[in-house]
Ligand binder design. Structure first.
Ligand code: MTE
Ligand code: MO
Length: 203
């Protein structure tokens, strides 16, 4: 009778799941809070998001206005540079494409800087936030995004390390050059692709 031995089970548990990028482990049910600042208390009535810089129509969105835009869901995984990954998350929000359709990005724009209520910033190539790969997310599993996780709304760029997903997002600024953000100026990789292990400067 082919019953798995202890040794068999031991080896199986060390087979890395295919959804995990190199050097990452599964955090399973948990969702750690990683915040450099104190969690701000932002009421939706006072929430705004600016889309500015190299766009034809700079625009400040209120909570009600952004909720008129088409919504979409990201179902997939997230990867923190500190090595935890979370499988099968489900965020809902408005794609950055939907915001940019409205503001019409100028042809010279190449990069975006996301900024936060707290002063935290992160930089991204324009190509990484367009094409249905980035959102302003305001729901997690059908519930309002908790404040500790960036609520009322955060940037979500799940194909890059999670530090790019700026919590308490207040603005997206389009630039014709790159402008490293908070962690990018402090030793972290400028791009942050988990599949290429772009963790630190020089990786
Ligand atoms: N404003 C702000 N956004 C932030 C951070 C932060 O410290 N401040 N931390 C980043 C990092 S390193 C990670 S891993 C994720 C953590 O999000 P979570 O606390 O919801 O897990 O948020 C990112 N966005
Ligand atoms: Mo992180």
């Amino acid at each position: 009778m082919a019953r798995p031995t202890r040794g068999f089970v031991w080896r199986e548990s060390r087979v890395r799941a295919s959804w995990l990028p190199p050097g990452q482990h599964d955090i399973e049910g948990a969702w750690p809070v990683l915040t450099a600042e104190a969690t701000p208390d932002i009421r939706t009535e006072e929430w705004t998001l600016a889309v500015e810089g190299l766009v034809e129509e700079p625009r400040m969105w209120t909570w009600d206005e952004i909720h008129v835009l088409p919504q979409s869901t990201y179902s997939g995984d997230i990867h923190c540079v500190t090595s935890w990954s979370k499988h099968d998350v489900a965020f809902r929000g408005v794609s950055i494409d939907a915001l940019f359709d409205h503001s019409r990005v100028l042809p010279e724009a190449t990069h975006v800087v996301g900024s936060c209520h707290t002063g935290y910033t992160t930089n991204l190539p324009l190509a990484d936030v367009t094409g249905g790969r980035a959102w302003v997310a305001f729901e997690y599993r059908g519930e309002p995004l908790p404040a500790a996780h960036g609520g009322p709304a955060r940037l979500l760029v799940p194909h890059l390390y999670f530090w790019k997903s700026a919590k308490w997002l207040t603005g997206l600024r389009l630039l014709d050059h790159d402008e490293p953000g908070f962690w990018e100026r402090n030793g972290y990789h400028n791009h942050g692709d988990p599949w290429l292990e772009e963790r630190y400067q020089g990786d």
